[in-house]
Ligand binder design. Structure first.
Ligand code: NIG
Length: 421
């Protein structure tokens, strides 16, 4: 065998996550007890027991990492973030703690549009300066790929500005970024009472401008009483599809709006939130193979009930993914392990299902066929954890277990946390 660039040895187990969401998650994680992982050219080149290492695998330039008897798995994929923004909304947090709701705050002129004001006023450089530490925190938690949405610009120039920031950030961080256009996040203040005109602007100007510059892979929309209607979503996402952007929806979050059914009808990649999804909606997602992205940190942060029915979604055969939803209004947290714990405690998922949801399940949601898995030929995004087994990730609630993080076979965080089982 040609020498490897890098070998991780002395693991408790390697989770290669080679199964599907239609089989029991414990099986889908494909645990390989005491296995080693070899990397060449940024890709997984070999997985097996050290005793079976092919001759010649270790050369003079092969870096050998000792996992010290701990677990190794694919880097996490965060499929839902709004991490480019300016300003902050701690006063809203305080108001909610005193009983105000997210919708009441939005109706009083706070919420998304207040972040729009701050983000419009910020330069590209300022937005980059603010986003980099958020990306760093994600990386420190083991996130090697993250989706990032626009949605705080809400006009042609500012939506383009946000997505150009995402493109520049991708050159400045080891985290691989997947950009999503979310111009239909809220009706901007200058279009108050003229929502039809804003939808028109999205369709006629923002979408084509973003597609022309190749700035986004997905187009998302917030379907809610306080945001856009299902008919508006149908119109914009159909236009997006024609421009080569795959549809996604924020749906059934604060109220039940038939969004899962709509996502299935439109062949969307994902529908996200889903606290109020109907049983018919769950069946539609399973049939149409739309991924359900759960973001329980925002259910907690908004002090809402119920949590999304993760158990029912999995049992119906839906691919369930899990994200942080980091944003200044509904989830000011880059802590993916906290979301993992909540997904077990409140969405009814098992630890294995949660690990699937943050690796392969999330990669498939983003259409990334060689991410979130460690089969030979896959991208060598990996985490050496500080624990011996994946159950510790949700169990040691909110605690970071990502000790060493590799992106494309390169160590980007080394010995970040101490062993904490
Ligand atoms: O995913 N629900 C809509 N969008 C965000 C919240 C954005 C904000 O409040 O700034 C979410 O929760």
């Amino acid at each position: 065998m040609e020498p490897l660039d890098l070998l991780i040895r002395n693991t408790s187990e390697v989770l290669t996550v080679e199964g599907t969401h239609r089989e029991p998650a414990e099986q889908a994680l494909t645990p390989r007890p005491n296995a080693c992982v070899g990397v060449r050219g940024g890709r997984v080149a070999w997985v097996g027991l050290e005793a079976e290492l092919p001759r010649g695998a270790i050369g003079p330039n092969t870096e050998v990492l000792d996992a010290e008897g701990r677990m190794v798995g694919p880097g996490f994929v965060d499929p839902h973030t709004h991490l480019v923004f300016a300003g902050e909304r701690s006063t809203e947090f305080d108001l909610r703690c005193q009983g105000a709701t997210y919708l009441q705050i939005a109706q009083a002129g706070g919420g998304i549009v207040s972040t729009v004001r701050a983000t419009r006023a910020a330069s590209e450089e300022e937005l980059i300066r603010l986003a980099l530490p958020r990306l760093r925190r994600l990386l420190e938690h083991g996130v090697t790929t993250a989706e990032v949405k626009s949605g705080y610009g809400l006009d042609v120039d500012n939506e383009l500005k946000m997505l150009r920031v995402v493109r520049r950030l991708a050159e400045l961080t080891p985290v691989e970024l997947v950009p999503t256009l979310l111009c239909a996040h809220a009706v901007p203040e200058e279009f108050k009472g003229r929502r039809e005109a804003y939808v028109e602007l999205c369709e006629r100007e923002i979408l084509p401008a973003v597609a022309r510059e190749g700035l986004a892979r997905f187009c998302d929309i917030f379907v809610e009483q306080s945001a856009f209607t299902p008919d508006e979503a149908r119109r914009l996402l159909t236009a997006a599809k024609a421009l080569g952007l795959r549809p996604r929806l924020h749906g059934d979050q604060l109220t039940s709006g038939g969004c899962a059914e709509l996502a299935a009808e439109l062949g969307a990649a994902t529908v996200d939130h889903l606290e109020h999804v109907s049983d018919a909606g769950i069946r539609a997602l399973a049939t149409a193979d739309v991924t359900a992205v759960l973001v329980p940190t925002s259910t907690l942060f908004l002090r809402m009930r119920p949590y999304a029915p993760g158990r029912k979604l999995r049992d119906a055969g839906v691919n369930v993914a899990l994200g942080t939803n980091i944003n200044p209004g509904s989830a000011m947290s880059e802590n993916l392990p906290l979301a993992m714990g909540l997904a077990c405690l409140e969405n009814g998922l098992t630890a294995a299902e949660v690990y699937w949801a943050t690796t392969r399940g999330a990669a498939l949601a983003l259409g990334l066929s060689s991410h979130g898995r460690l089969a030979v030929g896959d991208i060598a995004d990996m985490v050496i954890f500080s624990c011996t087994n994946y159950r510790h990730l949700p169990y040691h609630l909110g605690v970071n277990h990502a000790r060493t993080v590799l992106k494309g076979g390169r160590v980007v965080i080394r010995d970040g946390v101490s062993h904490c089982e």
